[in-house]
Write a protein that binds this ligand. Structure first.
Ligand SMILES: Nc1ncnc2c1ncn2[C@@H]1O[C@H](COP(=O)(O)OP(=O)(O)OP(=O)(O)O)[C@@H](O)[C@H]1O
Length: 120
């Protein structure tokens, strides 16, 4: 399955995103939050640096969520029985999503402060 044509690899990646959307509630929640950020950017039209920072953070959260989901699928398949190492690995992956979500909220708060408190 290595070195497939580009359109097929795109299909595999799209399949992963759609599967995560269907099976993971947190993926759907993070996607809704990202859409909210995009709507806010389109509404307030801030400086390009805010677009870059906020879109980058949204992308990082969703990518971390996909990695988290990938790890869960692989671990559950390879070792279905409970084990402390499996639990710790899943907790670390969830921690990565949490950290990026916290930076996203902090960034969004800074953006709103600059827009509504500093400018007006
Ligand atoms: N096989 C296991 N052995 C030990 N602990 C586990 C195991 N599977 C899950 N856990 C514990 O349960 C938690 C939740 O795991 P689960 O696979 O249900 O993820 P989830 O609730 O779908 O998380 P997310 O919302 O990030 O997708 C893990 O973070 C871990 O602490």
């Amino acid at each position: 399955m290595k070195n497939q044509p580009f359109y097929r690899r795109l299909g595999f990646a799209w399949h992963g995103i759609v599967s995560a959307w269907r099976t993971e509630m947190s993926m759907r929640q993070q996607s809704v939050a990202a859409v909210g950020v995009i709507i806010t950017l389109l509404w307030l039209r801030p400086a390009p640096v805010w677009w870059a920072l906020l879109l980058l953070n949204c992308g990082l959260v969703l990518a971390a969520e996909l990695f988290n989901s990938a790890l869960e699928h692989a671990l559950d398949h390879l070792h279905p029985a409970p084990h402390p190492a499996i639990g710790l690995a899943k907790d670390c992956a969830a921690g990565a999503v949490l950290l990026l979500s916290v930076t996203g909220v902090a960034l969004f708060a800074c953006f709103l402060c600059e827009t509504f408190l500093v400018q007006y």
